[in-house]
Design a protein around this ligand. Structure first.
Ligand code: TIU
Length: 220
């Protein structure tokens, strides 16, 4: 069954049997004080605006029975999967913080915030990089379910969401990015990143409001 969602640069034709919601890195390490985002010098409160819109689409996705995938950026406790090139620019990774070792799997800070906690059966993809396809089993998970469309949400818009969007694009997925269900520490980067998606006739895909996406899923 297909439905149209109001979107930029044109309506998005949703194929309810082939769409997945992918929620990128809504982890305490990015959204709460004392984590990775704060260690990089950012005001982490800027990301909280995305929580409510994502929760709305998440509830609609669950009710519609579509696949929901959560991702988490982080590293093995021994940091064996942390490239020196990344470690040099993010020296805090692996250091002790108020939520445990920063950006390390198994630590409290690495976990997804309670408001968006994964439900039983929803795949959680751990990724060492910015993109959710690099060094993960995400593509296999999507292909097994015959997914061809992705609704992308999460943080940050211009970093992990955009990298995942670009990886997905080159793999043939149609991508719709939630305008208010993504956020950045830099509002101007958020705006520009969304413009980049929809410009040139939708060079990377579509941008839509969470309320419109949730309404379409609810009616599906
Ligand atoms: N720093 C920043 O904006 N983002 C990241 O490091 N990772 C994600 O976007 N998840």
């Amino acid at each position: 069954m297909s439905r149209e969602i109001e979107a930029r640069p044109a309506p998005f034709v949703l194929d309810i049997g082939r769409v997945a919601l992918v929620i990128i890195d809504m982890q305490r390490d990015f959204l709460e004080p004392g984590g990775f985002g704060a260690a990089l010098g950012n005001d982490v409160t800027k990301l909280r605006a995305a929580i409510g819109p994502i929760a709305t689409v998440l509830a609609a996705a669950r009710a519609a029975g579509i696949l929901v995938v959560h991702t988490r950026e982080g590293h093995r406790p021994d940091l064996a999967d942390l490239h020196p090139a990344k470690h040099r620019r993010a020296a805090g990774i692996g250091s002790a913080g108020p939520m445990g070792r920063i950006l390390v799997r198994g630590e409290a800070g690495h976990g997804i915030i309670d408001d968006l906690a994964p439900a039983d059966g929803e795949p959680v993809v751990d990724k060492p990089g910015k993109g959710a396809f690099y060094a993960t089993d995400l593509e296999t998970i999507l292909h097994k379910r015959s997914i061809t469309q992705l609704i992308l949400a999460g943080v940050t818009t211009e970093v992990c969401v955009h990298t995942t969007l670009r990886e997905a694009n080159d793999r043939g997925f149609e991508c719709l990015v939630l305008e208010d269900g993504t956020a950045s520490y830099f509002p101007e980067f958020h705006r520009a990143a969304l413009e980049m998606v929809a410009a040139q006739g939708g060079i990377f895909g579509w941008v839509a409001a969470s309320a419109d996406v949730a309404a379409s899923l609810a009616g599906a």
